[in-house]
Design a protein around this ligand. Structure first.
Ligand SMILES: Cc1cc2nc3c(=O)[nH]c(=O)nc-3n(C[C@H](O)[C@H](O)[C@H](O)COP(=O)(O)OP(=O)(O)OC[C@H]3O[C@@H](n4cnc5c(N)ncnc54)[C@H](O)[C@@H]3O)c2cc1C
Length: 499
């Protein structure tokens, strides 16, 4: 490792004259301390910056969930791949932890969109600011190469200029691509394309050994498989080659309401099996008079030019409450960015900034009804606040990445309890406990958790059970590619409590 000091590059703020890490005092040392005889491991020469100013550290203290707070000891804004490789080696040599922080969002609200400290470095360490690596490198007719800090929204806008789109997108577009691929990524085309990470063709990464590698299903496949949906455990994603497909111009969006769970489930699986729509989602919501739960299937048929979808044919045989159906014909981009208006509303109302104990699960179809009946008995309007509960089917075989573990049935249901508690809500701890209870019930029924979300008290044994037959291979990859266990401690898979 080149340990030439470059004080100019390391200075990140007026209080950040850091020149190296002092193992003795477990703190960064300044030039004055070094000249006073302190023994430090000098920070390597960087093309970007490493900052330790209090303001910078504070900005990385918490994530979107606002449930866990832990400021890093330094923030790396890498100017090159080499910076990341060097700082990984530096972390390794000096017993520090290091993790990428997605830093997506809109306006001045840039942060990790984890909700339970998954991107944090709980015992102190170095956060890598993903925004420093956010260039779109190339777009051709079937794929894009992007740096990990690019958001899905930025990629979509760039691809649309060429008449293209990523086939799989999250509902919220302002998430970093690196962060989303590290946990899987799901949206309303999962029935056809799988998770977002299923649309990745290759990756450039830095392993926990500091090695720069290009990985794909045919090159270092074990590393490729352990990075996608692997929670940042074996390597840091620098760039991803993501599939693109021709973009439609418009979407006809159908919101169909159901009062009865069994009918909602049957119709949801029917339209999926018949491949009627391009996009399929759905949610459970309170009845307008708050007397219980009802269901909304949200499905969309895309089109371009004059090939307008036949609405009557698309709706034939469905048993929704038709008088309440809402049908809109909107531009494809507007539909993809549909949560922007909701985000603005939640910011205005203050919900956006509350603690958010989310729970995200994958349920086996055969147990979904029983599970939902339990949930509906427990859950109140206050448990959702300004949020919602996504709940829709997909084919588990479409999820191909080994670490995105799935229920052992052909059809799974996404259960995504996206709570936005009302400002002043005092029951956050009870919501976390409820998450744990519901998680345990789901597991007993053959469910799996999605890596996002807040499930307290996850132990190594819980994670071992979660990954099941994939656990041993995952541990092997961890030992091979991150033998000093420096990468992404906030996931807590290999010890320590985390999301
Ligand atoms: C408002 C909102 C809407 C959301 N909508 C969706 C949705 O529609 N679909 C969906 O699937 N999820 C959704 N999520 C969840 C989201 O996918 C996760 O929060 C995820 O963690 C991505 O967020 P991020 O880009 O901020 O990454 P982070 O949360 O910062 O990172 C996630 C994990 O990956 C690691 N990591 C980040 N970048 C890299 C990298 N380059 N290399 C290696 N490891 C890395 C981090 O250290 C962390 O452990 C939503 C979240 C929010 C808050």
């Amino acid at each position: 490792m080149n340990t030439t000091l470059s004080r100019r590059k390391v200075l990140g703020g007026i209080t950040a004259a850091v020149v190296g890490w002092s193992a003795a005092s477990q703190s960064w040392a300044t030039a004055a301390e070094v000249s006073g005889g302190a023994s430090v491991a000098p920070v390597p020469t960087l093309d970007g910056t490493l900052t330790t100013s209090a303001a910078d550290l504070d900005r990385f203290r918490q994530d979107f969930g606002r449930l866990k707070g832990s400021a890093p000891w330094a923030v790396l804004r890498p100017g090159s791949d080499r910076d990341i490789a060097r700082m990984v080696c530096y972390a390794r040599t000096n017993g520090l932890k290091i993790a990428v922080n997605g830093q997506g969002g809109t306006g001045t609200d840039q942060e990790s969109h984890s909700v339970y400290g998954q991107a944090s470095v709980p015992a102190g360490g170095i956060s890598i600011d993903a925004r420093a690596r956010s260039r779109i490198i190339r777009i051709d007719s079937t794929s894009a190469v992007v740096e990990a800090g690019v958001t899905w929204g930025q990629l979509t806008d760039a691809a649309l200029r060429s008449g293209l789109t990523p086939p799989a997108l999250p509902d919220y577009m302002h998430l970093s691509i690196g962060g989303t691929l590290s946990i899987g990524g799901i949206g309303g085309t999962v029935q056809k394309y799988g998770l977002l990470c299923d649309t990745v063709q290759s990756l450039d990464v830095v392993t926990g050994n500091g090695d720069l590698l290009t990985v794909s299903p045919s090159s270092c496949a074990d590393l490729f498989d352990s990075v996608l949906s692997g929670g940042g455990q074996t390597a840091i994603i620098l760039r991803a080659k993501v599939r693109l497909v021709p973009a439609p111009e418009r979407s006809v969006v159908f919101s169909l309401f159901y009062d009865d769970l069994a009918t909602y489930l049957a119709d949801s699986e029917k339209v999926m099996a018949e491949n009627r729509f391009h996009i399929q989602a759905g949610e459970t919501l309170r009845r307008p008079d708050d007397s219980g739960w009802r269901y909304k299937m949200e499905v969309a048929a895309n089109y371009s030019g004059g090939a307008v979808p036949d609405r009557a044919r698309l709706l034939s045989g469905l048993r929704d409450s038709r008088a309440e159906a809402v049908i809109e014909d909107i531009g494809y981009r507007d539909y993809m960015f549909r949560l922007d208006g909701y985000e603005a509303y939640l910011k205005e109302s203050g919900h956006w900034y509350q603690p958010k104990p989310w729970l995200s699960l994958f349920l086996p179809a055969s147990k979904t009804r029983t599970f939902m009946e339990i949930v509906e008995r427990e859950l109140t309007a206050a448990d959702l606040g300004g949020g919602f509960l996504l709940f829709y089917p997909y084919y588990t075989r479409k999820v191909t990445r080994p670490l995105a573990v799935q229920p052992a049935e052909p059809v799974g249901y996404l259960f995504d309890l996206l709570r936005f508690p009302d400002p002043g809500e005092t029951g956050i701890r009870a919501m976390l406990d409820q998450n744990r209870r519901l998680y345990d019930k789901a597991v007993a029924m053959g469910g799996k958790r999605y890596l996002v979300g807040a499930v307290p008290g996850m132990t190594r044994a819980d994670w071992k059970a979660h990954f099941g037959a994939r656990w041993d291979g995952f541990c092997r990859a961890k030992r091979r590619y991150d033998p000093s266990n420096v990468l992404t401690p906030g996931q807590g898979f290999f010890g320590g409590e985390a999301g």
